[in-house]
Write a protein that binds this ligand. Structure first.
Ligand code: VTB
Length: 345
């Protein structure tokens, strides 16, 4: 799966990032998202693969493109057997977030990216459109920190595992009312907090890269993106745990269901019998083969954003593969006009 796909999905995220970045700073988050969705879908449908969206833009009736259940790729055609090789006919599941951090793009702030994760059928947890309490940390802390422990306890453990003083730890938390007490607790424990307005996938992935100066992600973000983050951390051997949040009072955004009971019933319908289960990276991204790809839209800690120049653009992407056990940073110059001569910029 990885050999051919690993290369093609770079273009999928690159083209989504380029499309979205044209709307950088324009104050229109929906357009920044929509163009990324279109570009991602168009490029995906040129790949010889048999893909199904398991995490996407929403249910079929609310999202015309990259909706959950949509089939993508050339080998989804009914006559695919005539022109696809057996490898390409293997069903794969795809989780996408064509514009992770739409607000960041709309307001020209750092940390947005086009991102996706792929695994064989059933290899990615089809998370409901709920919230998720998340804990991400570097490999050294894997299995030691625990989402059920307090932030104070986890910071002590992290400090031991990384052999650093708590004061030398940086924890990323989304700047939300629901995190007021958490932020207070982290600061009281002595660690430093990096508040972000959006984009916790990037923060989670950063935890697995030494030198990013991000040592932990704590707090509540969206559940589908939790699965995408888990896919990256699973490949990188980092720590990731996620727990679904179904109580509207815990998030205070008004975005999930009207009532706790209604949400619990919805989870039950989806076959989630233990709504309080804590999932680890291997459960959220359980496939034998997992691929993760992201391309910066605006500049971020791991990847630069899209930079346009006369006649082209330059992008930076990250492709992580469980199969080849690699994390590749890919720097690409895209030439929109036929160049008179190739000149790297
Ligand atoms: C957003 C977004 C994050 O979660 O914050 C969202 O920026 C949910 O939180 O990157 P709010 O509803 O409070 O904004 C993410 O999409 C991903 O977890």
């Amino acid at each position: 799966m990885e050999n051919t796909l690993g290369l093609e999905i770079i273009e999928v995220v690159e083209l989504a990032a380029i499309a979205s970045s044209r709307w950088m700073g324009k104050g229109e988050k929906n357009t920044a998202d929509q163009v990324a969705v279109e570009a991602m879908r168009e490029r995906m449908n040129k790949i010889y693969m048999r893909g199904r969206i398991v995490i996407g833009e929403g249910e079929r009736d609310e999202a015309p493109m990259l909706y959950i259940g949509e089939e993508v790729g050339i080998c989804t055609r009914t006559d695919a057997k005539d022109f696809c090789n057996p490898d390409e006919l293997i069903e794969i599941d795809i989780a996408v977030d064509p514009c992770e951090g739409t607000n960041l793009v709309a307001y020209g702030q750092p940390g947005s990216m086009a991102v996706l994760a792929i695994s064989e059928k059933g290899g990615l947890f089809a998370a409901p459109d709920f919230y998720m309490k998340k804990l991400a940390a570097p490999q050294q802390a894997r299995g030691h920190v625990d989402i059920n422990k307090s932030a104070t306890e986890n910071l002590k453990i992290l400090s031991d595992c990384l052999d650093r003083a708590i004061e030398e730890l940086v924890v990323v938390v989304m700047d939300r009312d629901r995190h007021k007490e958490l932020i207070q607790e982290i600061r009281s424990a002595g660690a430093r907090v990096r508040l972000i307005s959006d984009g916790d996938v990037s923060a989670a992935v950063c935890c697995a890269f030494a030198g990013s100066n991000i040592h932990c992600l704590m707090g509540i973000g969206a559940a589908p993106e939790g699965v995408i983050s888990a896919a990256a951390l699973r490949c990188l051997g980092g720590h990731f745990q996620g727990q679904l949040i179904y109580d509207p009072a815990a998030v205070k955004t008004g975005l999930i269901g009207e009532s706790r009971e209604g949400n619990l019933a919805r989870l039950q319908e989806m076959g989630i019998t233990n709504p309080d289960k804590v999932y680890n990276a291997e459960e959220l991204a359980s496939g034998n083969t997992v691929l993760f790809a992201a391309c910066g839209i605006t500049p971020g800690t791991l990847m630069d954003g899209v930079r346009f120049f006369h006649g082209g653009a330059r992008t930076q992407s990250l492709v992580i593969s469980s199969q080849s056990q690699t994390a590749r940073f890919v720097d690409t110059v895209h030439m929109f006009d036929k160049p008179k001569s190739l000149q790297l910029r």
